[in-house]
Design a protein around this ligand. Structure first.
Ligand SMILES: [Zn+2]
Length: 356
């Protein structure tokens, strides 16, 4: 029995206790969730000045209180994140998942989706803490941790809400591609992993997975579908060069799609972003309504066809052909699961600065 996604309301204490109850007991002892209700600037001495409500095992909480100032919580922005809690001898005690109540990322799709975004962030951060080796961000060319976080969150959404989660997950997938191009940054470029899970949800009922199986599957998806360093590095160069001269998003996408080189990860992401823009209904873009005239939509659709000509899933990662079953045309993997006739609302006010 899956839950109704349309009426989901997020509550930090309920959501974290529900998660912890499903953890492997050893993990439940070693993961603390912290609700950061306010995020004032650090004190002049540099110590984090944080108002928070931690939820976790009593003994572990005590350890945490003793060591709070050694945490990687002296973050520069109000973003949620997962840190390692280290002992004095540098062994790892566990993880601290800090959820920032007013995280800008919550507003990505406007008010209607804020509760689901809060749950998404919690599940993503829990993925960092639970999936093996996913609790460190190794750099722009090693995005395994971020892909594990999004794989975990996607699977938990499908497990909890069933196929009704697909539309929301498609929006997340799209936004990860959009943000990568927009910021010229590939750290959270998890689109391929989310799309693969969405595609597989057609013949796999993820609601039947146990929690432990879900963690295991998230690890497998991230290991198999995280783009490799070469593909990410190339994509970053392409994005940066395409946004350098500015212009409309449509022009930036055209620059990426019209390169002479064979289709690659960057082409796919540009195609993915275009997918929303060629919809007749248009989209709402951080408070601005964007709707391309029919002629431009047709031109963009043709750019996408040309830019991705012949591209299959196993081309996605440039040189490393690590996928055997890669014959599915890319854009049919996970088309946006949005209802026709409604504009895609993306962002209430301004783009968030990022998230962890
Ligand atoms: Zn993350």
């Amino acid at each position: 029995m899956t839950e109704d996604i349309d009426h989901y309301k997020f509550d930090f204490a309920t959501a974290t206790e529900d998660l912890r109850a499903q953890f492997d007991p050893a993990k439940a002892r070693n993961v603390i969730f912290v609700n950061i209700a306010a995020f004032p600037p650090d004190t002049p001495g540099g110590a984090p000045n944080i108002g928070m409500t931690p939820i976790g095992d009593a003994q572990f909480l005590q350890e945490y209180q003793d060591r709070a100032f050694n945490l990687t919580m002296s973050r520069s922005g109000g973003q949620s994140g997962t840190g390692r809690l280290m002992n004095k001898d540098k062994t790892q005690l566990g993880n601290v998942v800090s959820i920032v109540a007013d995280d800008g990322y919550v507003h990505t799709f406007g008010e209607k989706y804020e509760d689901l975004m809060r749950l998404w962030i919690l599940y993503h951060e829990a993925g960092h803490a639970l999936v093996k080796n996913a609790d460190i961000s190794a750099g722009p060319d090693d995005t395994y941790g971020e892909n594990a976080g999004d794989a975990m969150a996607s699977l938990l959404f499908l497990r909890r809400f069933g196929p009704d989660a697909k539309a929301f997950l498609s929006m997340i997938s799209w936004s990860r591609a959009f943000q990568a191009i927009n910021a010229g940054d590939t750290k959270h470029l998890t689109t391929a992993v989310i799309d693969k899970i969405l595609n597989d949800s057609g013949d796999t009922d993820f609601s039947k997975l146990t929690f432990a199986q879900t963690v295991q599957r998230a690890q497998e998806y991230a290991a198999q579908w995280t783009p490799n360093a070469a593909a990410l590095s190339t994509a970053r160069d392409v994005f940066s060069s395409a946004i350098k001269d500015g212009g409309r998003l449509r022009d930036i996408l055209n620059r990426i799609l019209s390169r002479k080189s064979p289709p690659d990860l960057a082409s796919f992401m540009a195609g993915k972003v275009s997918e929303a823009m060629v919809r007749k209904e248009g989209m709402e873009f951080f408070g601005t309504r964007a709707q391309l005239p029919d002629k431009e939509r047709a031109a963009l659709a043709s750019d996408v066809s040309a830019g991705l000509a012949g591209m299959k899933v196993n081309h996605l990662f440039n040189s490393a052909a690590i996928h055997s079953a890669g014959t599915t045309p890319l854009l049919s993997l996970a088309p946006l699961g949005l209802s026709a006739g409604k504009p895609l609302v993306f962002g209430a006010t301004k783009p968030p600065t990022g998230n962890s």
